[in-house]
Design a protein around this ligand. Structure first.
Ligand code: KIV
Length: 326
């Protein structure tokens, strides 16, 4: 089944999806083949993530990638997925120094690569940059929770919102980003319950990567979804190839003349397996199947008890979706 909305998403449809509680499914991409196949499969949005520094360009961390390199990656994504909403991830060093720098580099992303929006890591401390980019007429997404570019100064790659302080900080950051004019927020690495609190209290769409299934949509790194990267995979990331491999084998087995099938249909290789896998991911996000508790960070009872003490915790929200099983 293809869930793709008929036309490329825009701000109005993105807002409407939140209002109507239609989960949005997106992935990262850094190149033409994955972007092409993601659009064909019906993906809602693509992030040209600075994770491409590691999984595509082979750097040790995301911090090495430059604005020029990100633009080259984004150009190939744009060519591969001309009809998909594409977000350019501002690399470290391209926006922190001044509002002016942030606007200049956001403009470069949009003008040189044709991105539809940009994403910046950081909450309140980045609010003035989000506002400046927004004032320049460019859509800006905020990114809070675990923020890899500055993880070093926040004690490393840690799951967020497991303590009252961390939850209140992230909720305040989300309100600051909304106030600054962010069109959406991405939450990274936190249990479903606090992420759900943020998504419910904030009016703009709040998406998650490793943030459970109570948010307004899901992001996965393409190289995790397709099993293209073997150095590291966060355990909330699901590889969808095993789920579709029988389906692919069936398509192949139906053909007596594989050479002819390959030449005529070109559905005999990695492109088609990738399409099936991305379709499966989209289907599971839209149906609320992914992520279930096996692909979500756990919140222990004593941790939940602490969060419930917060004045900022809305106790009228209910969490039936958390218990979804495969
Ligand atoms: O660069 C990226 O892919 C990201 C995700 C990890 C959220 O920013």
């Amino acid at each position: 089944m293809n869930y793709k909305t008929k036309n490329k998403l825009n701000l109005q449809t993105i807002k409407k999806m939140k209002k109507k509680k239609i989960p949005l499914a997106w992935i990262t991409s850094y190149d033409l083949p994955v972007s092409y196949i993601a659009e064909k499969a019906g993906i809602d949005m693509i992030l040209v993530g600075d994770s491409g520094a590691m999984v595509q360009l082979g750097y040790q961390t995301t911090n090495s990638v430059t604005m020029d390199e990100m633009i080259t990656l984004a150009k190939s994504v744009r060519r591969g997925a001309a009809n998909t909403f594409v977000i350019g991830d501002m690399p470290q060093g391209s926006y922190e120094i001044s509002d002016e720098d942030a606007v200049r580099n956001a403009l470069r992303f949009v003008k040189e690569s044709g991105c539809d929006a940009v994403k910046l890591e950081g909450g309140n401390r980045m609010a003035s940059k989000i506002k400046a980019i927004n004032d320049a007429g460019i859509l800006a997404m905020g990114h809070i929770g675990l923020t890899p570019q500055s993880a070093g100064s926040f004690g490393g790659y840690r799951v967020q919102c497991k303590t009252l302080k961390s939850f209140e900080q992230n909720l305040d950051d989300a309100f600051a980003l909304q106030e600054a004019g962010a069109f959406a927020i991405l939450l990274e690495a936190m249990p479903a319950e606090p992420a759900g609190q943020i998504a419910n209290q904030i009016d703009i769409p709040v998406y998650g990567i490793g943030a459970g299934n109570l948010v307004d949509g899901q992001l996965l790194i393409a190289h995790d979804l397709l099993g293209f990267y073997d150095k590291f995979r966060p355990w909330f990331a699901k590889c969808y190839v095993p789920a579709v491999i029988d389906n692919f084998r069936e398509i192949i087995n139906k053909n007596n003349d594989l050479k002819k099938f390959g030449i005529e249909e070109r559905n005999d290789g990695l492109l088609h397996i990738s399409e099936l896998a991305i379709r499966k991911y989209i289907e599971e996000v839209k149906q609320g199947i992914f992520p279930d508790k096996h692909y979500s960070y756990e919140l222990k009872e004593n941790e939940l008890d602490e969060l419930l003490k917060s004045d900022k915790w809305n106790t009228t929200l209910h969490y039936s979706k958390v218990v979804n099983e495969n």
